[in-house]
Design a protein around this ligand. Structure first.
Ligand SMILES: [Zn+2]
Length: 229
């Protein structure tokens, strides 16, 4: 067992009663299973998306959680919020007493969240960000990075940043379409290190899919080319 597990076991000795899983990407749920088995406690979360190869297929929640579920103990009240976008089965958890939103990979500190189509959806991601603004909390506990204060400013910034990128996709399509996504990624992400373009391509395709749904863009499957409608 690695030091991080040993630390968690030590810190949580006789205290950890259940594990709330945010989603089933391979850097999240497999670790929960190790702890759950060791402590003989239940894992709670949502089922693995069937048609996504990037998921931890071994994950089997002892209890399936749904949007609006409340987990109440003597110590805390946690509300379950379904936030599809990064992953279709993604959940955020609001600890009411702490006014803290645990956001998993929905909001990270220090890196941009990858939206990989088809399980990831840019439209759902933006809707799920807006959804968070209906809740009362004053800090974000992300799945990667330290706590974030001023949560509503963070949410607004992410939405604005994504919409700005979407505008850039439209702007570049105006200039160079018809073109395929490999050509487009170099233009739309010209401010990002080229080594990250393979990952940016996932987000670009999520943007393009949203633009297709919005009837702003069209896709020619014979030519594998995108252009504006
Ligand atoms: Zn993830």
């Amino acid at each position: 067992m690695t030091p991080i597990y040993l630390n968690l076991l030590e810190l949580g000795k006789n205290k950890i009663k259940r594990i709330l899983v945010t989603h089933t990407h391979p850097d999240h749920s497999p670790g929960a299973k190790v702890l759950a088995d060791k402590l003989k406690i239940p894992m709670m979360g949502r089922l693995v998306a069937k048609d996504d190869s990037r998921q931890d297929r071994t994950f089997k929640p002892d209890q399936v959680l749904n949007h609006g579920d409340i987990i109440k103990t003597d110590e805390y009240t946690i509300e379950v919020i379904h936030t599809p976008g990064h992953a279709s089965n993604h959940l955020c958890y609001l600890i009411a007493e702490e006014e803290t939103m645990l956001t998993g990979d929905h909001i990270m500190n220090g890196s941009t969240v990858v939206i990989a189509h088809p399980d990831g959806s840019m439209r759902q991601y933006l809707d799920s960000l807006t959804l968070l603004k209906n809740y009362k909390f004053n800090r974000i506990g992300p799945g990667h990075g330290d706590f974030l204060g001023d949560p509503f400013a963070v949410v607004d910034w992410i939405i604005a940043h994504r919409l700005e990128r979407e505008s850039k996709v439209v702007e570049k399509l105006q200039l160079i379409s018809p073109c395929n996504s490999n050509t487009l990624v170099k233009e739309v992400y010209d401010d990002v290190d080229e080594r990250l373009h393979p990952i940016a391509l996932w987000s670009l395709e999520a943007h393009l899919t949203k633009l297709l749904e919005d009837k702003v863009a069209v896709f020619d499957s014979d030519q594998q080319a995108w252009s504006l409608n």
